[in-house]
Design a protein around this ligand. Structure first.
Ligand code: NAD
Length: 371
């Protein structure tokens, strides 16, 4: 089986779906590895490092691919160059671009959307959402620290004592917990909150304080559900008062398959101290903060900076690619037997992650969206 990788073409995308380490593992499993010239350059993996792969141009790589590994969804042009019946493993954002799903279906490509991977214990080593969210949480705190006019740690100096920054992390999933850990390492006084009650213990185990806003909304599958209007109002009221004392906020809240919940209103930001900084990781998916704009820094009238970073995972491309490539390898390995690809449709990880196969859309919500 030919496992192929092309250079990512989205602007700002520096990750690559295959590292030299994973190329070696694939070869030892009997696969042949093809990589587009320069595909690893943006992530600092030069061609020469891929000793177990054949380097070729994009057209040759796509035309010979049995399995194409990608970070961002393939473009319509790339899909058109793939052979019928080939396999694509990538993030595919099926809710965003119906024409892409149609193209995959119509070319009879077997596509796996890594967003659809069930979040079971067995799937953890394949979970790209988790590995990349960890990078985002870490980077968001560094961006906040850089933009803040204050120190994070407490300092005792000859010029007097500097009090530590008060940092609030909103949403304590994978990104939020990494943000809490990072802010703690920088010495800030950290609080976190989430609507899933089990996060209290997780937040406290990282040495942060759980901010109790009196709202609990656990949904299914370990995720949050959307808040009712009443719950939302209660959360907002309790939060507005609390934010007056906060120096830095990092927001990470998400609800699967929906726009990011709006948690911090413009009025709340106007009640904050001048110089306060907010980094909204959810800016790209609708925003947790009313004022945030993806790719921009908005400064409110009272001097609060609201930063909306895009594609944070791509900003630490070496480690993000290493984790991403290992995640994809662990998923692909389920189907590699003696150098051949054998898809076991009885395996729920294969069946549930599949977006298109044999000219059909296998993921019901996407099928309804596309047809
Ligand atoms: P996510 O990106 O969907 O959401 C981020 C966080 O936002 C979640 O913790 C969610 O509860 C929170 N949130 C949603 N609405 C909110 C609101 N109105 N106010 C405050 N917070 C709000 O979630 P995620 O980080 O991908 O993971 C969610 C859960 O799944 C976590 O418990 C995680 O540990 C678990 N998980 C399990 C596995 C596994 O076992 N394989 C893998 C990954 C994640």
């Amino acid at each position: 089986v030919n496992v192929a990788v092309v250079r990512e073409t989205w602007s700002n995308e520096r990750r690559v779906a295959l590292t030299p380490e994973v190329a070696k593992k694939l070869k030892s499993k009997g696969a042949s590895v093809l990589i587009e010239r320069g595909a690893g350059d943006p992530a600092s993996f030069p061609d020469a490092g891929y000793k177990d792969a054949e380097v070729a141009d994009a057209a040759a790589v796509l035309g010979r691919a049995d399995v194409l590994l990608k970070v961002q969804p393939p473009t319509l042009e790339e899909i058109a160059q793939l052979r019928e019946g080939s396999v694509v493993i990538s993030l595919l954002q099926p809710h965003l671009a119906p024409e892409r799903t149609r193209a995959l279906r119509d070319r009879r490509i077997t596509s796996f959307a890594m967003e659809l991977l069930p979040r079971t214990t067995r799937a953890q080593a394949m979970d790209v959402l988790s590995s990349q969210a960890g990078v985002a949480g870490y980077k968001a705190v560094l961006i906040a620290a850089e933009a803040s006019p204050k120190f994070f740690p407490m300092l005792t100096t000859a010029a007097g004592t500097i009090r530590p920054s008060k940092v609030l992390i909103v949403g304590a999933g994978v990104a939020g917990l990494q943000a809490i850990a990072t802010a703690r390492r920088l010495g800030a006084q950290v609080e976190g909150f989430d609507v899933r009650p089990e996060t209290k213990e997780q937040i406290e185990s990282l040495g942060a304080k759980f901010l109790d806003l009196g709202v609990s909304a656990a949904g299914s599958g370990g995720y949050a559900r959307e808040l009712t209007a009443e719950e939302r109002e209660q959360q907002q009221r309790a939060l507005a008062e609390h934010l007056k004392g906060i120096d830095v906020i990092v927001t990470t809240a998400a609800v699967p398959g929906r726009k990011a919940p709006r948690i911090i209103s413009a009025a709340m930001v106007e009640g904050m101290k001048p110089g306060a900084v907010i980094v909204d990781i959810a800016a790209e998916t609708g925003g947790n903060v009313e004022l945030s704009e993806a790719g921009k820094t908005v400064v409110s009238a009272n001097g609060v900076s609201v930063i909306g970073p895009v594609n944070l995972a791509s900003s630490a491309p070496i480690h993000a690619s290493e984790m991403y490539a290992r995640n994809l390898y662990n998923f692909l390995e389920l189907s590699l037997k003696d150098g051949e690809l054998k898809l076991d449709w009885d395996d729920e990880l294969i069946a549930k992650t599949c977006l298109t196969h044999a000219g059909e859309i296998r993921h019901e919500p996407t099928r309804q969206l596309v047809d």
